[in-house]
Design a protein around this ligand. Sequence first.
Ligand SMILES: Nc1ncnc2c1ncn2[C@@H]1O[C@H](COP(=O)(O)OP(=O)(O)OP(=O)(O)O)[C@@H](O)[C@H]1O
Ligand SMILES: [Mg+2]
Length: 158
Amino acid sequence: MWAEKEYRNLARLEKVGIPAPRPVGFEENIVVMTLLGGNGMAAPQLNELEGGDYAALSKMVLSALRTLVSRAHLVHGDLSPYNVVVWDKKPYIIDVSQAVLVSHPDAARLLENDIRNIAAFFELKDVGVEDYYRVGADLADDVKQHQKESLVRPDLLD
Ligand SMILES: Nc1ncnc2c1ncn2[C@@H]1O[C@H](COP(=O)(O)OP(=O)(O)OP(=O)(O)O)[C@@H](O)[C@H]1O
Ligand SMILES: [Mg+2]
C-alpha cells in the first residue's frame, strides 16, 4: 500500500513540476522510478555532497517546498538532507511515501519539522535561512486554512 502511495505522491510532484524521480509504476511493495544520477551511479544525497553551492541549493529547495505545499497540497513529512539528492547542481526531492495532504491533522506539525530540519542543515553551511521561516509561516497559515475548510462538512451547513 505504501508503494502505491509513494507512486501517487511522485505523480503529484511531477504534475506541478517539482524536481523528483519520475514514477514509472508500482507493484506489491515496489515502486519503480527513474534513477537520479549518471553512468549507473546514483546521485549523492545533499548531506554527502562536497563543495556544492549551498546558497543556490537552499533557494531551490525552498522553492520546491513552497510548490509542494501550495500546488501539490502535500507536506513531505521526512524532509532532511538525506531525502534530497543533488544532480547537475540541482536538488531533487525523494522519499515521499509518508507525505500527507495538507488537510491531514498532523500536516502543520510535520511541515514545521520539515522546515526546521532542512533549514538547520543550510544554516550549518552558513546560508541565511530567514526565508525558510518566513515562507514556512505563510505555508503553515495555508495548511491551517485547509484544515479548517476540511472540517466544514457541506452536508452539515444549512
Ligand atoms: N530515484 C533515485 N535516484 C537516485 N538515488 C536514489 C533514488 N531514490 C533513492 N535514492 C537513494 O537511496 C536512498 C534511500 O532512498 P529513500 O530515501 O527513498 O529510502 P528510505 O526509506 O529513506 O531508505 P533507507 O532509510 O533504508 O535509506 C536515498 O537517500 C538516496 O541516496
Ligand atoms: Mg530516505
